[in-house]
Design a protein around this ligand. Structure first.
Ligand code: BGP
Length: 484
């Protein structure tokens, strides 16, 4: 349909980039930091899974131990973000820098000081921080002592951590996210990544054979309660705080017009995407979740006050990651493809990235409309991008036109969604500086505008350099999305 509306971005739109502490900082045993669950994950490859270790083995490569050494280079990196024109930067705080064991009675002053300095540097560059409180990690001691989020007592550890952050950074940070991609716990893996639970089985990060849905959903319930408590507490500490949820939005189309496929696609949307955000945005479990739990024999243990806590802890805004889309079908004999977190079926109309994630900018427009139609609260796209192998030319330049093309089409999709009436307030593409991949532990799967000289084996100078996409994004920001 032709439209007469000229799509534009609103004034004050937030443009920036996104990262997570464990994929970026390094300095895993410095500044009084305790071990984090992410420090116990070895590197994998494109085809082999990362392994979960329970004791450090010096002969293995743990990519988060050094990561890209932002811990020592944040000033240089933030200056580059400033040069690109960022007005927002999504980062996470490493919980075990603040509470090395997770249940310590007092926070670590040294850890808090590090983030004081990071925030000061951002301010100097006119960049607003957007802070994920828990991005795919928790103190490893909590995993060992309580089996992570499976234990309700971890809620108190988390709220003490939140209270510490909210009080300390009351006047520095306005935008918060309680948990990264909280819906990973609706999938049969991710218990270690997100739930800090030590799975039984062969130690592979993605080992679905030992799945225990009862424990998974119980851990998720504890995270919901923790998130709601954090929202309430944050608003008490500073009513101007904006505290959001963060969902890995898995866009799924019915493969055909067969009504069975259509129902399956809707069920997947409900169970993997909307279950979590319904709880976090609306403050209660939706009907389809109750039906699913009954069908699966899952019985959540809830305290009498939980319903009230969830109701009082609704988030201020909805954020999500979007990388790709897949299809679903009632017919089991269809070709599978990968995607961020979930597998799905191949869509004959789409091309895929080198890691097999199907590229679908229109799916972003569809998703933005779908989410906004349901909640009518501000949305922010806090992860998006193309994981690719970059080649450095002899003169040091990096011509990542494939990344520019991917991002450009997704910016156009956002513009269209805004013209459709969606209240989208910001965009932080993932891995704005090359960092360690969460899924594979690789360095060569790069998303950045800024190249970091380091390879999969951990070798390299760690020097930073500007890719072509750096200059492209700089113009996009400068023109508020008018020049693509
Ligand atoms: C999301 C995570 C990020 C990030 C991204 C890309 O699921 O929130 O931490 O890593 O996916 O995934 P990968 O690093 O596996 O390419």
């Amino acid at each position: 349909m032709m439209s007469t509306v000229q799509p534009t971005f609103p004034k004050g739109f937030l443009w920036g980039g996104a990262t997570a502490a464990n994929q970026l900082e390094g300095g895993y045993d410095q500044g009084g930091k305790g071990l984090s669950t992410s420090d116990m994950l070895t590197a994998g490859t494109h085809t082999t899974s990362r392994k979960i270790t329970t004791a450090l083995d010096p002969t293995l490569n743990y990519p988060s131990h050094e990561a890209i050494d932002y811990y020592h280079r944040y000033k240089e990196d933030i200056a580059l973000f400033g040069e690109m024109g960022f007005n927002v930067f999504r980062m996470s705080i490493a919980w075990s820098r603040i509470f090395p064991n997770g249940d310590d009675l007092e926070p670590s002053e040294e850890g808090l000081l590090f983030y004081d300095q990071v925030f000061a540097e951002l301010k100097k560059n006119n960049i607003e921080p957007l802070v994920t409180i828990s991005h795919y990690e928790a103190p490893f001691a909590l995993a060992q002592k309580y089996n992570g989020w499976s234990d309700r007592r971890v809620i108190d550890c988390y709220t003490r951590y939140c209270e510490t952050l909210f009080t300390r950074y009351k006047d520095t940070v306005k935008y918060w996210l309680t948990f990264n991609e909280i819906n990973i716990l609706t999938l049969p893996f991710g218990t270690f990544l997100a739930g800090a639970m030590i799975p039984k089985g062969n130690g592979e990060l993605v080992d679905t054979s030992q799945d225990d849905p009862q424990a998974r959903y119980q851990a998720l319930h504890h995270q919901f309660v923790a998130s709601a408590k954090a929202v309430k507490l944050g608003h008490q500490i500073n009513p101007d705080f904006k505290i959001g949820c963060m969902i890995a939005y898995m866009c799924s189309y019915p493969l055909t017009s067969n009504p069975e496929d259509v129902i399956l696609a809707q069920q997947k949307d409900n169970l993997t995407n909307f279950l979590c955000s319904d709880v976090q945005v609306r403050g209660a479990y939706p009907g389809f979740a109750k039906r699913y739990f009954a069908d699966q024999g899952i019985k959540l243990v809830m305290e009498p006050e939980d319903e009230q806590i969830l109701k009082e802890g609704c988030v201020d805004y909805y954020t999500f990651s979007y990388y790709s889309s897949t299809c679903v079908s009632a017919d089991p004999d269809q070709e599978q493809v990968g995607g961020n977190l979930s597998m799905g079926l191949k869509n004959p109309y789409l091309k895929a990235s080198d890691w097999g994630w199907q590229i679908d900018p229109q799916g972003l427009r569809w998703s933005l409309n779908n989410i906004y139609n349901r909640y009518q609260i501000p949305l922010m796209l806090v992860e998006n991008g193309l994981g690719a192998v970059d080649e450095v030319e002899a003169n040091g330049s990096i011509h990542d036109d494939y990344r520019i093309e991917y991002l450009k089409q997704h910016v156009i999709a956002m513009q269209e969604a805004i013209a459709d009436g969606v209240d989208l307030i910001g965009y932080t593409p993932w891995g704005c500086i090359d960092l360690v991949s969460a899924g594979t532990g690789e360095m060569k799967k790069r998303y950045g505008f800024i190249y970091v000289d380091k390879d999969n084996e951990g070798k390299g100078t760690l020097d930073r350099s500007r890719k072509d996409s750096f200059f492209w994004y700089q113009k996009v920001i400068e023109s508020n999305g008018a020049v693509l």
